[in-house]
Write a protein that binds this ligand. Sequence first.
Ligand code: ADP
Length: 476
Amino acid sequence: MKKIYKINRLNPNISYVILVISLIITVLVSAILYYQIQTILKDRLRERIISIVRTASTQFESEELSLINEKNDYTTEKYKNIIFRLNKIRSNNPDISFIYILRKTENPNIVTFVADADSLDPALKVDLNNDGLLNEEDELKFPGDEYDISDNDALRNLGFSIPTADAELTADQWGNFLSGYAPIENKNGQSIESIGIDVEVSDYSNLVNLAFIPFISFVIFLVILLTIVTLLLVRIWKNRVKVVQDLDRQKDELLGLVSHQLATPVSAIKWNTEMMLDGDLGEFNIEQKKVLLSFQDITKELSDLISMILDVSRIQLGRIRVDKQELDLGTFFKEILDIIQPKVQEKEVKFVVDIPKNFPAAMLDKRYTHMTIENLLTNAVKYTPTKGQVSLKVSIKKNILHCEVKDTGVGIPKAEQAKIFGKLFRASNVKNSIDGNGFGLFVAKGAIEAQGGKIWFTSEEGKGSTFFIDLPLVEK
Ligand code: ADP
């Protein structure tokens, strides 16, 4: 039965939360993986560019470059020879779009041009970028022309010391480029010039974009798969919960039916026993009367249990009906105390009662209210060791009947307090040592709430418990 409650309490909405979390994780992991692939491909590309530019740098000597310093040096044979070699390197590496040599100055953000492969005749205007226009974007640099490298970290920080390449692609009207630089050393191993190559990497970008398509398709597929699986699971779950709820309902109906059928014969036994005890069927000797009296006790217990089970089934099925009628609360509490007193005496606990002398008119369901307060008091006595104390305090404020049943008994373990009004629940500290069935508080809660009241408690294990009831006295 406990398993059934567990399934009932599970909330299928949690699957949607799990789904959303899984989707977020999937998208995040995919994005990270995609970024990693991009980085790996880019690193490979940089290594290749560095290797090309390193080889290119070995083909020039700083000493010969030192002859090219100013604008007019472009007419010299040396300059032409350098440009020829630059072009040769470019034609051997079709990936290279631009190749040039730069010289550092005292200002770390400014370099000067030594040579550019496209500048055989810098005075001649050529459509360098092949865009069909001759404009300033095609302007060639003369030897000695300055060039600002303040936003070029690779060249500024490393390009004159070790072979290096840009960390990121540069996209402009000429395409996607990655540039590499390598120092040109003089005989002393020092370098003031650096050779630079710009490599057109559209192939790489296309590759990355192409990789993106199957990647994103896979992520979409995963997302759809996860959503379908979750929806399917929620559906199965809901069906299962429904089956379990139906079973639970059928069980409650069966319980109600069986108790109802048992109630009639038990009442007959009870009446007949009472008739015999009253002497209606002739006189019995003392031994026989003792047997009849125990019969009477057992049938009362049986009939109380049956009506309790009937109430449990009514509450479970939402069929509890309260019958509020005018009640004389003075007589009502006297009847309850008459039942409790013998139990108190038998258990030898101190019983303190604090009840008002006069009560206002009250509209309450007598059977349910009686059953609840009797049950709270019976529990207080039952779960309090001999010599302990049980007290009942009743007060009325603003037409609310307030009852407080306090004991110095075993208390209820903190971890189990939330379950105490559940059907059939018995706390671990009494389950195996004190008799009970776990119906009482479940019915009490149903009965009090059906009358518009509240029931709650405070308890400390080993110290005692106090149960509280608030019941409105006048019908709203
Ligand atoms: P029962 O007393 O027959 O077991 P109840 O529904 O009346 O069933 O109570 C449910 C459980 O709540 C008890 O088994 C016990 O663990 C705990 N309980 C109720 N009243 C007290 C109390 N006064 N002191 C300690 N535990 C209590």
